[in-house]
Design a protein around this ligand. Structure first.
Ligand code: NDP
Length: 277
């Protein structure tokens, strides 16, 4: 399955659908899941230092390359620096550790995982330095609200390519999306299925029947139809495959609107403004 890409503000192309690995333990199952995902057609993988599974992600990537499924250049690998690394030096060290764990020469995208209490200026300087080297292709942020971005941009010399945020039909984030669009920052949706909670939603189910697709496919199609990058997680091969098969249909404007109308500004994860780290 060929996945379309989005051109980021620094000219790097990023696949519009990626494979997320949050809440998956480091180990052989994840290593195999990464190989399966690549085999199914995923080219983008999203992990983070705090997930504690970078080693298995790296091993899965190495195995897929060894098996001739893909080349490193065809993959788009993302990781994230955790908030505890609040200084410039700690951020550089955290990046080196992520590369070491994944046994990779470079990452395609490195994100500041959470804004914390204005802890991001020094890490951002470190990311700006890293992206000038051949060890990193693009830098971005995650869970940044408009005021975090305004503050960051005042001091930044590089604009983040991506803001990875919780986004699904119950949390449509329209103001933040508008702000990011005005600044050339690509939106990437985490927990696009609201960690599976949205799959039983009545409207989503109704549209699934109407379009003869699964509930997950309806939501993921809603993402890509709006130019949003999405990174569903699944450890189930048939679902991994299903989540990629979203390019052969189009949701009508009135049905997109029905999905938009589900918005309740409802988060399944923490609120970046009240999160205590
Ligand atoms: P998702 O919204 O992707 O939902 C994952 C859940 O949905 C799993 O239980 C999975 O089950 C199930 N599922 C997936 N596809 C299907 C399907 N087709 N049919 C039925 N069930 C399905 O949740 P996540 O929270 O994992 O978010 C995705 C990714 O976003 C993460 O893995 C991570 O990479 C990123 N993320 C980033 C955060 C950040 O702060 N930046 C925070 C949270 C997530 P199963 O695995 O059993 O198939």
């Amino acid at each position: 399955m060929k996945i379309s890409t989005v051109r980021l503000n620094n000219g790097v192309d990023m696949p519009q659908v990626g494979y997320g690995v949050f809440r998956v333990e480091d180990g052989a199952d994840l290593e195999q899941a990464v190989v399966t995902a690549i085999c199914e057609g995923y080219r983008s993988i999203d992990t983070a230092a705090i997930y504690g599974n970078e080693q298995s992600v790296g091993r899965g990537i190495a195995k897929a390359i060894e098996d001739g499924l893909v080349t490193r250049e065809e993959l788009f690998v993302t990781s994230k620096v955790w908030n505890a690394h609040g200084s410039y030096e700690e951020t550089l060290a955290a990046y080196a550790e992520s590369l070491e764990k994944m046994q990779l020469e470079y990452l395609d995208l490195y994100l500041i995982h959470w804004p914390g209490k204005a802890k991001y200026q020094a890490p951002w300087k470190a990311l700006e330095e890293l992206v000038q080297t051949d060890k990193l292709r693009a830098i971005g942020v995650s869970n940044f609200q408009i005021h975090h971005l305004e503050d960051l941009l005042q001091h930044a010399s590089i604009i983040p390519v991506v803001n990875q945020i919780e986004l699904h039909p119950k949390l449509t984030q329209s103001e933040l999306r508008q702000f990011c669009s005005e600044h050339g920052i690509q939106i990437e949706a985490w927990s696009p299925l609201m960690n599976a909670e949205l799959l039983e939603n009545e409207v989503v189910q109704e549209l699934a029947t109407q379009y003869k697709k699964s509930a997950a496919q309806i939501i993921l199609r809603w993402d890509i139809q709006q130019g949003i990058i999405t990174i569903p997680k699944s450890m189930t091969p048939s679902r991994m495959q299903e989540n990629l098969r979203i390019t052969d249909f189009e949701i009508l404007p009135e049905d997109m609107e029905r999905l938009n109308q589900l918005n309740e500004n409802l988060r399944s994860g923490p609120d970046p403004d009240t999160f205590d780290f």
